[in-house]
Ligand binder design. Structure first.
Ligand code: SF4
Length: 168
């Protein structure tokens, strides 16, 4: 798997201060995507041992709430095994950190993948330019959902993450 960046005190991609892993590769090709340079799976640089060490060291800081996988699409087919391996390792080594993941896939397409249960929040769906909405938190268009994974799996239906009120 290739990646573009590891950001270490990010406030824009999930609650709290977060580490964000920006992976390479996305086959959704949404019109108006803000990161088209991440579509190519061969873009960026290889996610190697040094990158993993950097990631875990940043995530281990006490003021960091958790990690967000973004991109690109962490669930791009060729990224899945590596992303799932990292998620399992985080659950083992840093179980107090929460895990968010952005994907262009819909919840219905991914909810049955085993490792999904180890993720706390999934922001899902393709970005649709015509449905751009600046008043919703964490996603760009109104078709996209920010899903409370554990509650959704428990109830058998989509439970959205409770959103902070938007100041008018
Ligand atoms: S899923 Fe995300 S990264 Fe991929 S094209 Fe759509 S907006 Fe861009």
């Amino acid at each position: 798997m290739n990646y573009h960046n590891i950001t270490k005190e990010d406030m824009l991609n999930g609650e709290g201060l977060r580490v964000v892993l920006w992976v390479a590769g996305c086959n959704h090709h949404c019109k108006g995507c803000q990161n088209p340079e991440t579509w190519d799976e061969n873009g960026g640089i290889p996610y190697d041992n040094a990158a993993e060490e950097e990631l875990f060291e940043a995530l281990d800081k006490p003021y960091i709430s958790g990690i967000t996988f973004s991109g690109g699409d962490p669930l791009y087919p060729n990224n899945r095994s590596e992303v799932f391996r990292i998620i399992r390792k985080i659950k083992q080594e840093l179980p107090n950190k929460n895990i968010w993941l952005y994907t262009g896939y819909n919840w219905e397409d991914i909810k049955d993948i085993e490792v999904i249960q180890d993720i706390d929040v999934i922001a899902e769906g393709e970005f649709i330019e015509e449905l751009l909405d600046n008043n919703i938190h964490w996603v760009g268009s109104s078709n996209q959902r920010v899903i409370n994974v554990k509650e959704s799996l428990k109830c058998g239906e989509v439970v959205l993450l409770e959103q902070p009120k938007v100041a008018k």
